[in-house]
Design a protein around this ligand. Structure first.
Ligand code: NCD
Length: 351
């Protein structure tokens, strides 16, 4: 049985197979209307969401399954102080698969460690968001036919933008992909994401635009700032307008995970290069493909996966990590490519 916490939990070949499934679902939805009959999905969303939660729910309904959900920390026992581990153990008795969004980094991994059913990470703090990446990848696949050799611009809040982190993880496995990271200095990519990628950093969108095959715009993540004054100063750093789009190549495609605040003018929406509403549709199709895959695997191999990493006696002190709030956290670490220990939940290096 497998959970999807990071996009790297899915191999390149598995992703290819999922694009094919998603495209088949789009062409022949009637073939899939009973595929998950008798199965239930729980959406546990402890942070705001429109697209991710609704598309998971629509995906399960379109597969003939059922959905039960928790929205907002205030309406579940999380408000009484229940741990993620206990919530996951409990919900495992009610449903067949969990999609979880949580403000703490690594929360979905804790859920997967304790659930007896597959867990899908629907966003863990400023860390990862693998199912948004599924939407992004299918969009790029359909628009570009593949990923090798693409120059991908990532613009906005690259520090806290979890969709960017997962997209980089996914694309770094393809040949010759180059990244241009456009952000204010304060919001540059975290070092664990930059490791081993071909990336140039700049603060100028205008400078980057002419070289890009893909421009991935993001919102400045207001909810992650410790100091609201810093958010106020940075919030309008980049606004994509029709005038700026004149600098982009005709083959460039503009993506955005949404919601947009004001970083893309609505006037850009009619530009044929704008793909952000196509991403929305692709997100539902890929979530359908993912639910199908995980439920099928769980049926054939119901044993829970081993917990990742090892105990070392060290503790993670990252205040954004789920370890900072879980009861008696199970501190586990794995060694990265550079030989450093990293928390399996948030990827911070322990002190
Ligand atoms: C993103 C998220 O939640 O990280 N939204 C989404 O799931 N499509 C992006 C964002 O909130 O800026």
């Amino acid at each position: 049985m497998r959970s999807v916490i990071d996009i790297l939990d899915l191999s390149v070949d598995e992703l290819e197979e999922m694009y094919r499934t998603a495209i088949d679902i789009e062409a022949h939805p009637e073939k899939y209307t009973r595929a998950c009959e008798g199965k239930k999905l729980a959406t546990l969303f402890f942070e705001p969401s429109t697209r991710t939660r609704m598309s998971f729910e629509a995906a399960m309904y379109e597969l003939g399954g059922h959905v039960i959900s928790v929205t907002g920390a205030g309406s579940s026992s999380a408000a009484k102080g229940e741990s993620v581990a206990d919530t996951a153990k409990t919900v495992s008795h009610y449903v067949d698969v969990i999609a979880m969004r949580h403000p703490k980094e690594g929360a979905a991994q804790v859920a997967a460690d304790n659930a007896s059913i597959p867990v899908i990470n629907a966003g863990d703090g400023g860390h990862c968001h693998p199912t948004q990446t599924l939407a992004d990848l299918l969009t790029i696949y359909k628009e570009k036919g593949g990923f090798d050799g693409l120059t991908v611009g990532l613009c906005g809040d690259l520090l806290y933008g979890r969709t960017v982190h997962s997209l980089i993880h996914a694309l770094q496995r393809y040949k010759g992909v180059r990244f241009v990271a456009v952000s204010p200095t304060e919001l540059r990519l975290p070092e664990y994401v930059k490791q081993g990628i071909d990336c140039v950093e700049t603060a100028s969108l205008e400078e980057a635009l002419p070289s890009l095959d893909i421009l991935y715009m993001t919102r400045i993540q207001r909810e992650r700032f410790d100091d609201p004054a810093v958010y106020e100063r940075l919030k309008d750093s980049y606004v994509l307008t029709p005038e700026k789009m004149e600098l982009a190549r005709p083959e460039c495609r503009v993506l955005h995970p949404l919601p947009r605040v004001n970083e893309i003018s609505v006037k850009v929406d009619d530009d044929p290069r704008a793909c952000y509403f196509k991403q929305v549709k692709n997100g539902k199709l890929m979530r359908m493909a993912l639910i199908l895959k995980l439920l099928d695997e769980a049926e054939r191999d119901p044993l829970p996966a081993a917990k990742p990493g090892v105990r070392t006696g060290k503790v993670c002190r990252n205040p954004r990590c789920i370890c900072s709030v879980e009861q008696e956290p199970d501190f586990r670490f794995r060694t990265d490519a550079a030989g450093r220990l990293r928390c399996v939940y948030c990827e911070a290096v322990p002190e």
